[in-house]
Design a protein around this ligand. Structure first.
Ligand code: ZN
Length: 164
């Protein structure tokens, strides 16, 4: 099991735009494995490929308590948004901070799955927040960009899965 190093907020790679994946090669499969291992090892609920230094449009998410509902999205794109929700977010690349972000309540996502088949998902609530956070990463956007000035708060180390 390979757990990769997570890049931190001041690393310029986190500000670059990720490139679309053309096929699920062995390298991409390995990347997805490494991402899932790294997310679980760090007790996170999501991870984007550029957080471990790979500029590819791949995200993994698992918001389940039992940590057994891995979702993988390749080339994810939000095609429609509805409503808004305000929630506290944290990020594995920005340790020991959290802040409130205004996100869409409901989103429609198009992507490829691990077999490179079309995947469409309509979701709301916290999963919608996690997906918006991760998809932002792929465009070089951190949640801290969306926290109103002066509202980013220092926290203790997180004990429950929360970092995305
Ligand atoms: Zn993040």
């Amino acid at each position: 099991m390979v757990v990769r190093k997570i890049l931190l907020y001041d690393n310029p790679i986190l500000r670059k735009k990720c490139k679309p994946v053309n096929a699920v090669s062995n390298e991409v499969k390995k990347l997805i494995n490494d991402m899932a291992n790294t997310m679980y090892a760090n007790n996170g609920v999501g991870l984007a490929a550029n957080q471990i230094g790979e500029l590819l449009k791949v995200i993994v998410v698992d918001i389940s308590e039992e940590r057994n509902e891995l979702l993988v999205f390749i080339n994810p794109k939000i095609t429609k948004k509805e409503g808004s929700q305000l929630g506290v977010e944290a990020c594995l690349s920005v340790p020991k901070f959290e802040g409130e972000v205004d996100r869409s309540q409901k989103i429609w996502v198009k992507a490829k799955n691990i077999f490179f088949e079309d995947l469409e998902m309509e979701t709301d609530g916290y999963l919608a927040v996690a997906l918006q956070h991760e998809i932002d990463h792929l465009s070089g956007i951190l949640y801290t960009d969306k926290v109103p000035k002066g509202k980013l708060k220092a926290t203790e180390d997180h004990k429950s899965p929360k970092d995305i």
